[in-house]
Ligand binder design. Structure first.
Ligand code: PLP
Length: 394
């Protein structure tokens, strides 16, 4: 790859991927890899799913792009589908996760300006969160390593420990307009709060008349064993950010809003040139056609448990692994030493793609179509790598 022409924002692995099909990708030298990375929780239907590539091919013959100044039939259809599946009221389309979060932040502040006597702009967020790299999303991202060097950030964000309901209760002031959290922290290390956390936040927001914003960019689209992670807790947010797997690799983001928030939105307050263009919407419609099926989602939950059991067995044998955790196919192993990148490299050499977070956590986010035999194959590779490492240290 001609990397000398690219700004060095990424610490890239030493392979160039050129082709993918289902659970596998191939590099420029023809080597094949089992993919437990999924383009970072994007390729939920595997690589190049036929329904999506066919929909895209069909749409390229009709219309690639028109402005949101005009009606876009595919966008209306996709919005209807998302509204029916989420129980929310209306949708704004954009192109990425950070943009979906930006839209949520803007609509939340604008809503508060419209419905409250004084302008409340403060948004409570969680420590260790990740919401994206644009200035608004970055200001809500409470990890020093992402924020360092970019100040001053947007004012009005206050953080409290993730999963701590009491801290959130104490954090709310008469300046607060919303709470923004991920149902499970992804980039923060696959951290799962207790089952009472999201319902507790919902109650708190209702009581204080503030908005609950859920960032489901990573947890959404079936990843955790329900279409949206919050659905398993029987609650609904006021605003929700989606992206990643929504377009199966075609860039698209969405901000879904409740009826109350929708009512405060007017023409001109937010926009995106490409947001919800016909191609992106066809990709998302085709994706949802499969992912929203109950049989598909239910299998994620059961097959995900099988994967987690496998990780726990590995954990028992290898002292390097402190904890194995996760939900559906959002899984992780906490390492007792910061050797995540080394493990990733060794797995890569043996034909398995995994990801390490902050060097300390191995993350497994395979395509949701993964079969038992592929779970076993990947876990065998991981166990082999750990055994090899143990032997070298004896
Ligand atoms: C929870 C969450 N929100 C937002 C984002 C930002 O998405 P994007 O990289 O598409 O801007 C990410 C990306 O990893 C994410 O995991």
């Amino acid at each position: 790859m001609k990397s000398q022409y690219l700004l060095p924002t990424y610490a890239r692995l030493p392979i160039t991927l050129t082709r993918g099909k289902g659970m596998y990708v191939w590099d420029s030298e023809g080597n094949k890899y089992l993919d437990f990375f999924s383009g970072l929780a994007v390729d939920n239907l595997g690589h190049c799913p036929l329904v999506v590539t066919k929909a895209l091919q069909d749409q390229t013959k009709k219309l690639l792009h028109v402005s949101n100044v005009f009606g876009i039939a595919e966008q209306g259809e996709l919005a209807e589908k998302l509204v029916k599946l989420s129980g929310l009221h209306q949708v704004f389309f954009c192109n990425s996760g950070a943009e979906a979060v930006e839209a949520c932040l803007k609509f939340a502040r604008y809503h508060s300006l419209k419905v409250r006597e004084s302008h409340c702009f403060e948004i409570l967020v969680a420590e260790n969160s990740f919401h994206g790299r644009t200035y608004g999303a970055l200001s809500a991202t409470m990890q020093k390593k992402y924020q360092a060097g970019f100040g001053p950030l947007l004012p009005g964000f206050k953080s409290v420990p993730f999963g701590d309901l009491e801290a959130m209760v104490k954090g709310v002031t008469d300046q607060t307009c919303a709470i923004l959290v991920e149902p499970i922290q992804g980039e923060g290390g696959v951290r799962i709060p207790s089952s009472g956390y999201l319902p507790g936040l919902r109650r708190l927001c209702d009581e204080k008349k503030i908005l609950l914003i859920l960032d489901e960019v990573q947890t959404g689209m079936g990843r955790t064993g329900s279409l949206f992670a919050h659905q398993r807790y029987g609650i609904k947010p006021d605003l929700m950010a989606l992206s990643k797997a929504l377009g199966s690799g075609f860039p698209i983001g969405a901000c879904l809003a409740s009826q109350a928030v929708s009512e405060s939105v007017e023409p001109g307050i937010h926009a995106s040139t490409f947001g919800g263009n016909p191609l992106a919407c066809r990709a998302a419609l085709a994706t949802l056609g499969i992912i929203s099926k109950k049989t598909f989602i239910d299998r994620v939950a059961t097959a995900g448990s099988f994967f987690l059991e496998g990780l726990k067995k590995i954990q028992k044998k290898h002292s390097l692994i402190g904890e194995a955790r996760g939900m559906g196919f959002m899984l992780a192993c906490e390492l007792k030493e910061p050797v995540g990148n080394e493990i990733v490299g060794r797995c890569l050499e043996r034909g398995l793609l995994i990801n390490a977070i902050q060097g300390k956590v191995l993350r497994f986010v395979p395509p949701l179509i993964i079969k038992k035999r592929e779970i076993i194959k990947g876990l065998d590779i991981l166990a082999g790598v750990l055994e090899e490492r143990d032997k070298e240290r004896r």
